[in-house]
Write a protein that binds this ligand. Structure first.
Ligand SMILES: Cc1cc2nc3c(=O)[nH]c(=O)nc-3n(C[C@H](O)[C@H](O)[C@H](O)COP(=O)(O)OP(=O)(O)OC[C@H]3O[C@@H](n4cnc5c(N)ncnc54)[C@H](O)[C@@H]3O)c2cc1C
Length: 399
């Protein structure tokens, strides 16, 4: 399918639908169209199969590397395309067209949350050993922060790295790790002192072939079926000095820096999902007849779809604004937090509205709407829950 104006742009003059919204430019529109073509021809046709298999193949990473999509924002000297965060934003918003939250999540964990800290905080040697092969799709990356006893409360991390000659010995575990089963390396949060709270947190690059590193479980989930979510166990894993990422005991700074980008990407992904759901709902509402007319001509359905369109555009406006500020290097914690909060619940509500318009068909697997309901439900939990977003916002007002 050619990437033209979407169904929800019906009735608008072509220029209005094709003009890029800030912060995007014509160059981003061209990239978007190329990615849409890739997603429509090479990903979407396989998404049901990968959902059923509970796994998408690593060849997706290889193909995306070939097209330059794994390194859009990284400098050419590391094999990247020399772009910036806006290019990655285009990719993230486009991936939900494949209709598989798990696929978006697996790719997103690699590009969006695991490799950025290596680029930002890594030594030249670490960039050569981890970033370069990750951009080539030869090494798959994951980010390991969450533990059985530490989710929202990151300070509760128990995985401990004991100082020894030439490095650390790590003991502990991680859970709910996206790409955790297939990852070649994990950007791992550990405690490096016995001090409580946020102090004494550090990041180590753990590699799957290190002795004592194991995937203890592949977790079964409500949605995101195409992605692998792993539980990891570390038993006396020796990690050499050169695998310390960033400064020792300053890991909390890395977590906070990473969260802003992760939350923005989640917001962009949700905007992409909402757009797809709106388009498919309009299409169905025009096709499906009841009581002598297309169901979309019944006022209640028409109004529901109008609300879906408003939800999409308000989410997009909030998200693009946060992206613009972030891209300009302005402190945008409040805007990013608002965008994350609004879009994640919004995408789930959008899927629920679509389900209602599709009726019984929406409850069936073949339309992909029930999958969207399951996949989007993760949004208000992952990357910081709705409650944590409200805490951040409340505190930003001095409360
Ligand atoms: C499919 C999936 C993939 C994931 N991928 C990754 C990954 O790749 N890497 C990674 O490190 N983590 C990952 N996570 C973990 C995710 O970030 C956490 O699940 C999330 O941060 C919430 O932590 P928790 O599940 O431990 O919930 P908890 O922290 O136990 O929270 C439970 C409930 O209590 C509420 N709560 C907690 N504290 C407060 C408070 N102060 N005030 C009010 N309410 C509060 C929460 O909002 C929530 O409703 C993933 C999770 C899932 C489900």
């Amino acid at each position: 399918m050619a990437a033209g104006p979407s169904l929800s742009d019906r009735g608008l003059p072509p220029a209005a639908t094709r003009r890029p919204l800030p912060p995007f430019t014509d160059e981003h529109l061209q990239l978007r169209e190329a990615i849409h073509r890739f997603v429509d021809t090479e990903l979407r046709p396989h998404s049901q199969e990968w959902e059923d298999e509970r796994w998408f193949p690593n060849s997706v990473f290889h193909r995306m590397a070939e097209l330059g999509y794994l390194g859009l924002k990284y400098p050419e000297e590391y094999g990247g395309e020399g772009g910036d965060s806006l290019h990655d934003a285009v990719l993230t918003e486009a991936l939900p067209r494949a209709g598989s939250g798990g696929l978006s999540a697996g790719i997103g964990a690699h590009i969006g949350i695991a490799t950025p800290p290596v680029f930002r905080f890594g030594t030249e040697d670490q960039k050569q050993r981890f970033l370069v092969p990750a951009i080539r799709g030869e090494k798959i990356a994951a980010l390991g922060i969450t533990e059985p006893d530490a989710g929202s409360d990151v300070a509760g991390i128990k995985t401990f790295a004991r100082r020894v000659d030439g490095g650390w010995v790590v003991n502990g575990s991680k859970t709910f790790i996206t790409n955790g089963v297939r990852a070649d390396f994990v950007v791992t949060a550990v405690k490096t002192t016995s001090e409580g709270g946020h102090h004494g947190l550090s990041f180590l690059l753990l590699e799957r072939d290190m002795e004592g590193y194991s995937v203890s479980k592949k977790l079964e989930k409500m949605g995101w079926h195409a992605s692998d979510t792993g539980e990891l166990a570390f038993a006396d894993v020796f990690v050499p000095e050169e695998n310390l990422l960033g400064e020792e005991n300053k890991g909390f700074y890395l977590i906070m820096a990473n969260f802003q980008w992760e939350r923005l990407l989640m917001a962009l992904g949700a905007v992409g999902s909402m757009q797809g759901l709106l388009d498919r709902t309009i299409e169905y509402a025009l096709e499906r007849h009841a009581f002598g007319r297309p169901i979309g001509k019944h006022q209640v359905i028409r109004h529901r779809i109008a609300s879906m369109a408003v939800r999409l555009e308000t989410s997009r406006a909030l998200t693009y604004n946060a992206l613009r500020l972030f891209h300009e290097g302005i402190d945008a914690v409040r805007e990013v937090t608002m965008a994350k909060l609004m879009t994640q619940r919004g995408a789930f509500e959008q899927a629920d509205d679509a389900l209602q318009v599709f009726g019984g068909a929406g409850y069936m697997k073949e339309y992909g709407i029930e999958r969207a309901c399951r996949d989007t439900r993760l949004g208000p939990i992952g990357g910081g829950t709705d409650e944590i977003m409200k805490e951040i916002l409340g505190k930003s007002y001095g409360l």
